[in-house]
Design a protein around this ligand. Structure first.
Ligand SMILES: [Zn+2]
Length: 408
């Protein structure tokens, strides 16, 4: 194995500095997967510890690491230290205690204290790292991989690798090699359930993508595995990114089990329209809370209301903003809203009912919210952001609401 002696000394250093708190040192990434390139690859490691680490120990670890990093390949070490508790069951986005990559080298050399304070939090990349670890990881010290790491749920792995390519349309011009190969890797996963590296991703792409993209992927892979710079037309790169992103979205979102509302929003897909097209997947109890519907809109009690009686009116069709809403829908929704506010006041004994609405872009579906304000609550806009409460089903009130709104 490349750098065997360096990795051995790194492991010894980790044991010496972290002491009994250290549970294991695990190699992942290209070296573990057998596609290491000394010019392009880094040494990818995850260290697992039992407990928190003091700033003093982090500093000592970082200083020794910077020394060893001098002997590492050009890209250096890339490593994170995580607690055992986040590995099994897997926590995502994954909290970490310490992180180093060459991107931080300068910061660490210039102001160690600030660096130590900055490098903790959560990291989505760890979802991808742990997945690779599960399949290819090598323990350099400590128990076998499966003893320490739980499998990463599909949704988390996808979210982690998607995070790297979601801005591919712009990023591909800046880092063509990285983005071309990563797009192949993500499509290889959603289409064939393969966990790929950048280089095996490229090989998969050459074999499985339409003929017209082959040259581009070959150029990216050629550059990745050698020192040559990638030469490509901007137009070709843009077309490739657009095709790949559409394919990834199309295949991944075909199964509602793969997605969450937040993930769809990230992808520029409206969760409301998606849910409607997929058997109400996000609102399986929609029928129980629905108060009224016609050909233009529907009205329901909110699942996690901000006040008892919190109601939402949702248009059937999607509009990109309020100004695009047809006049008849506008008139009907506000006429209905006025009636519904009266009814809510009566049925729930609210002192007033507030109306707020949003309709903005491809993800934000036109919906009007009616939020009751009760006598004990202060007037004002804070009522729009009252904390959400659990929905308390009240069959009697539901019946009355439906009855009173029937001819609204
Ligand atoms: Zn929509």
């Amino acid at each position: 194995m490349f750098y065997e002696d360096l990795l051995h000394r790194f492991t010894e250093m980790s044991r010496a500095v972290l002491g009994e708190n250290l549970i294991g040192v695990y190699l992942h990434g290209s070296l573990a997967m057998g596609c290491f390139n000394p010019q392009k690859s880094d040494l990818d490691l995850i260290l697992v510890v039992e407990e928190e680490i003091s700033a003093e120990i982090k500093r000592r670890f970082a200083e020794k690491l910077l020394q060893l990093n001098e002997e590492a390949p050009e890209k250096g070490f890339e490593l994170s230290i995580v607690r055992r508790a986040v590995c099994k069951p897997f926590v995502y986005p994954t909290p970490y205690l310490f992180h180093y990559s060459n991107g931080w080298r300068k910061a660490a050399m210039e102001n160690m204290e600030k660096y130590i304070a900055d490098i903790q939090g959560t990291d989505k990349d760890l979802g991808a790292h742990f997945t690779i670890l599960n399949r290819y990881g090598i323990p350099l010290y400590g128990p076998p991989v499966e003893e320490i790491f739980a499998p990463v749920p599909k949704q988390d792995y996808f979210d982690s690798i998607w995070f790297d390519v979601q801005n591919a349309a712009q990023d591909i011009l800046e880092s063509p090699v990285y983005i071309v190969l990563n797009l192949c890797r993500v499509l290889g996963y959603v289409r064939d359930d393969l966990v790929l590296s950048k280089s095996t991703g490229g090989e998969w792409g050459i074999e499985h993508l339409p003929e017209r993209f082959r040259g581009l992927v070959e150029a990216a892979l050629g550059s990745y595995t050698s020192d040559a710079e990638m030469v490509a037309e901007q137009e070709d790169l843009r077309a490739f990114a657009a095709y790949m992103i559409e394919e990834i979205k199309r295949i991944w979102t075909a199964d509602p089990k793969n997605v969450t509302g937040a993930m769809l929003t990230d992808m520029g897909i409206c969760p409301t329209c998606y849910s409607r097209a997929h058997g109400n997947c996000f609102f399986p109890n929609a029928a129980e809370t629905q108060l009224f519907e016609n050909e233009l809109f529907e009205c329901s009690l909110v699942d996690k209301p901000r006040a008892p009686g919190h109601t939402v009116i949702v248009s059937r069709d999607h509009y990109k903003d309020m100004m695009a809403i047809p006049e008849d829908l506008c008139v009907e929704v506000y006429r209905f809203a006025r009636k519904a506010m009266q009814v809510l006041k009566e049925v729930y004994g609210a002192e007033s009912v507030y109306l707020c609405t949003m309709c903005d872009g491809p993800m934000n579906h036109f919906h009007v919210q009616l939020i009751p304000r009760y006598a004990h609550e202060k007037r004002g806009s804070r009522n729009f952001v009252k904390p959400r409460i659990d929905f308390a089903e009240d069959i009697d009130k539901l019946k009355i609401l439906r009855e009173k709104l029937k001819n609204a």
